[in-house]
Design a protein around this ligand. Structure first.
Ligand SMILES: [Zn+2]
Ligand SMILES: [Zn+2]
Length: 269
C-alpha cells in the first residue's frame, strides 16, 4: 500500500524566534491538518533545555517555560496534535535536552545538520571547507545514534538540509555527493537498528531534474537499510503550511514509499 501522507511532525509556532509570526498559532496549524486530511501533528518549537548548560544567546529565551506556553494544544475529532520540540546538538556533541525533559515530550527531533550557527554548532576551525563539514555529517549523526536515547520517540531532522553548508546552495549537494554509499549505509544500518525516525523534509520540487537524484540518494539508501520515515514541513508561517503537502506527495512517488516505510512514534503504537 502506498505511503499515506497523514502526518507532519516538524512544525514551528510563533514561539520559535525564527517564526515570531503572530499568525502561526496552534489553531492555524490544526486547520492546516484538517484541510489536508492529516491525522497527526507534532509542534516542534526550537528548544534548549535550561537545565543543560551551554545554551547560545539565541537559544536562551527558548527554554522549557517558553515552549510549554503553547499547551494545552488544540485537538479535533480528526487530528491528534502532539507536543514536541526541535532541540539542538552543539559543537561539543552535547544534546540540548535532559532525560527528565525528554519525558515531557511526545516526540523530539534532533537536527544534526544545523551547521549555520558559527561557534555554537560548528567550531571556528572547522568552518571554512566543505570537507570537514562532510566528515561532520556522519560524525554528528553517529554521535546521536550512539547516545542512550528513547529512539522510539526521536526523529533525525532534515538530514540533507542546506544549512550544513550555508555559504552556497551547491555546497550541501557537493557534501552529499562526496559521502560514499558505504558510509551512508553504515549510518543508516545503525539508525534502523536503534529505531530512530528519518525525517523527509527537503524542497524536492525546488531542486532541478539534475539535482534530484543527488538529494534522493541518501534517502534511497536509508530505505534500503530498513529505516522508517516521517514527513515534516518545518513551516514557520501560515503560507508555508498548505503547499508542503504537494511536496510530500512528490517525495512519496520519488522514493516509492509504502505504508510499511512509515515511522510511528511510541505514543501512536
Ligand atoms: Zn532545523
Ligand atoms: Zn525546524
Amino acid at each position: 500500500m502506498r505511503f499515506v501522507v497523514d502526518q507532519d511532525y516538524h512544525i514551528h509556532s510563533k514561539l520559535s524566534s525564527c517564526s515570531s509570526d503572530p499568525g502561526q498559532t496552534p489553531e492555524r496549524i490544526l486547520k492546516y491538518a484538517e484541510d489536508n486530511n492529516l491525522k497527526r501533528l507534532v509542534l516542534t518549537d526550537h528548544f534548549w533545555d535550561e537545565t543543560v548548560k551551554g545554551a547560545s544567546d539565541w537559544y536562551k529565551p527558548q527554554d522549557f517555560a517558553h515552549i510549554m506556553s503553547s499547551r494545552p494544544l488544540p485537538q479535533s475529532e480528526k487530528v491528534r496534535f502532539f507536543f514536541g520540540c526541535e532541540t539542538e546538538l552543539d559543537k561539543h556533541l552535547t544534546l540540548g535536552i535532559s532525560k527528565a525533559r525528554m519525558e515531557e515530550m511526545d516526540f523530539i527531533i534532533i537536527p544534526t545538520t544545523h551547521l549555520h550557527m558559527d561557534n555554537f554548532t560548528i567550531d571556528e576551525s572547522d568552518m571554512p571547507g566543505i570537507e570537514r563539514r562532510r566528515e561532520l555529517w556522519s560524525e554528528r549523526f553517529l554521535a546521536v545514534l550512539n547516545m542512550d536515547l528513547p529512539f522510539r520517540k526521536i526523529g533525525i531532522a532534515h538530514m540533507t538540509c542546506s544549512l550544513m553548508a550555508p555559504a552556497a546552495w551547491e555546497d550541501h549537494l557537493a557534501i552529499l555527493d562526496g559521502i560514499s554509499d558505504e558510509t551512508f549505509k553504515k549510518v543508516f544500518t545503525k539508525a534502523a537498528q536503534v529505531g530512530v525516525g528519518i525525517e523527509l523534509n527537503f524542497p524536492y520540487l525546488k531542486y532541478t531534474e539534475a539535482e534530484r537524484p543527488r538529494v534522493l540518494r541518501p534517502y534511497r539508501l536509508a530505505k534500503e537499510c530498513g529505516c522508517k520515515f516521517y514527513f515534516g514541513s518545518d513551516a514557520h508561517h501560515p503560507g508555508e503550511l498548505d503547499p508542503c503537502v504537494e511536496q510530500f506527495e512528490a517525495i512519496v512517488d520519488a522514493l516509492d514509499l509504502q505504508e510499511s516505510d512509515k515511522f510511528h512514534f511510541e505514543y501512536e503504537i
